[in-house]
Design a protein around this ligand. Structure first.
Ligand code: PMP
Length: 437
């Protein structure tokens, strides 16, 4: 156990959030599937940090790569001057991407990836002389980070209301989650590619030629693991193609094996025009995100408007050497250890385990794909997060870290997860559910 100062005063300068203030808990080290607390407890990490540590914590190969890079080159800009590691990473990541997605633009987070992708989409139309395409369409219950672009297209209205002025001309598609039809379903919901017709309705409401882009998470993660109905993403693709609208998949969670494939795009067989990603790109080690784009869009954006030589987009830490080294090592680990195939092959085990929870107290739905799953609880009237938070606390005390969002319990273990971890995760949640009053 690590000797810690009195927690009440220790956490004063960095207060965490409301929840942390009430329940100060510190993770002091982590390895593989486990996190260790300041008071010496071992916990199974059932959510891979925040859906990011896909290769498991402190993977020795990734740690070594970061160390070696830190000793060799601490910093280089990535644009006017550059360094080889960022090119290595761009080659590796685009080689994994769906055909036609050939370029990578590196950023530092999912939020920056989203804002960059929205700018790329708007700039693409404008630079090509189509300046009237300024509308953006997101989806209710979509989560796209906390930048102004991301909250504007995001479907969580409290995140918008607080700040008044958002990006103009944003509409939100209705979300596709229909609990009564979805409850306990296995696989993708079968009830609704036609839900994508809502996009046609929005298009009909405006002039189609005013719409620049549609952004969706192929599987919504943070708002509760909402699976796209069968055929839904393809229908979005078709409608976008018909009207010259760009399609952006926000794959900050769904990429790099999370769905048992390189990207959700490959899992669902639907290729967007732009992909935003982060998290699993460096397995949660050094912050990094990326926008992956079709060459025409990327080139147009990077060239900028004719004559406007001062146009620029990029970050000081775009393609940072440490992040790029972490990314290269992470993608190598996925390949060498077959972790993405492993995630696919473990999918059935996680699915069976999750579905064994149906019938437990207050469980109203179970959903899963790849190495991601959710158990939805019936909320207590007027206390929409109370039950799941109680499960979270009880699981923590029993040695498992889960994630809650509203009254939904989410699972997204590192892709190295083994049978015994799945069993421990699920049996712990089962016992916590039974302990609910
Ligand atoms: N998009 C999606 C789909 C996400 O899940 C997240 C983070 N959970 C983000 C964007 C924002 O990423 P970040 O927190 O790295 O800014």
């Amino acid at each position: 156990a690590t000797e810690m100062p009195d927690l009440q005063s220790y956490w004063m300068p960095f207060t965490g959030n409301r929840y942390f203030k009430q329940n100060p808990r510190l993770i002091t080290s982590a390895k593989g599937m486990h996190c260790y607390t300041h008071d010496g407890r071992e916990l199974i990490d059932a959510v891979a940090g925040l859906w990011c540590c896909n290769a498991g914590h402190c993977h020795p190969k990734i740690v070594e790569a970061i160390k070696a890079q830190a000793e060799t080159l601490d910093y280089s800009m990535a644009f006017q001057l550059s360094h080889p590691t960022v090119f290595d990473l761009a080659n590796k990541v685009t080689a994994m991407a769906p055909e036609g997605i050939d370029y990578a633009f590196f950023v530092n987070s999912g939020s920056e990836a989203v804002d960059t992708a929205l700018k790329m989409a708007l700039a693409y139309h404008r630079i090509r002389g189509d300046a009237s395409r300024t509308r953006l369409i997101g989806r209710e219950r979509g989560y796209h980070g906390v930048g102004f672009g991301g909250i504007s297209v995001g479907g969580i209205s409290p995140n918008r209301k607080m700040f008044g002025t958002m990006l103009p001309g944003v509409d939100h598609l209705p979300h596709t989650h229909n609990l009564s039809e979805n409850a306990y379903s296995r696989g993708l919901p079968k009830w609704g590619a036609h839900l994508a017709d809502d996009l046609e309705n929005i298009v009909a409401l405006h002039d189609a030629s005013t719409i620049a882009a549609v952004i969706v998470e192929p599987v919504a993660g943070s708002t509760g693991v909402l699976l796209p109905p069968d055929g839904y993403l393809q229908r979005l693709r078709d409608i976008c193609d018909k009207h010259g609208i760009l399609l952006i998949f926000d794959e900050v969670i769904t990429a790099f094996g999370r769905l048992g494939d390189n990207f959700a795009s490959s899992r669902f067989g639907v290729t967007p025009d732009l992909i935003t990603t982060a998290k699993g790109l460096t397995s949660g080690t050094v912050p990094m995100g990326a926008v992956l784009a079709k060459s025409e869009i990327y080139d147009t954006f990077m060239t900028g408007p004719e004559g406007a030589i001062e146009f620029f987009h990029g970050y000081t830490y775009s393609g940072h050497p440490l992040a790029a080294a972490a990314g290269c090592a992470t993608l190598d680990v996925y390949k060498e250890e077959g972790l993405i195939e492993r995630a696919r092959s473990m999918e059935g085990k996680l699915e069976d385990a999750l579905h064994s929870l149906k019938g437990e107290p207050h469980v109203i739905d179970v959903r899963n794909i790849g190495m991601i799953g959710a158990v939805e609880l019936e909320p207590i009237a007027g206390q929409p997060t109370a039950r799941a938070m109680q499960v979270f606390r009880d699981c923590y005390d029993k040695g498992v870290i889960i994630r809650t969002t509203g009254d939904i319990i989410a699972f997204s273990p590192p892709l190295i997860v083994a049978d015994e971890h799945i069993e421990k995760m699920i049996e712990t949640v089962r016992s916590s559910l039974r302990a609910l009053n």
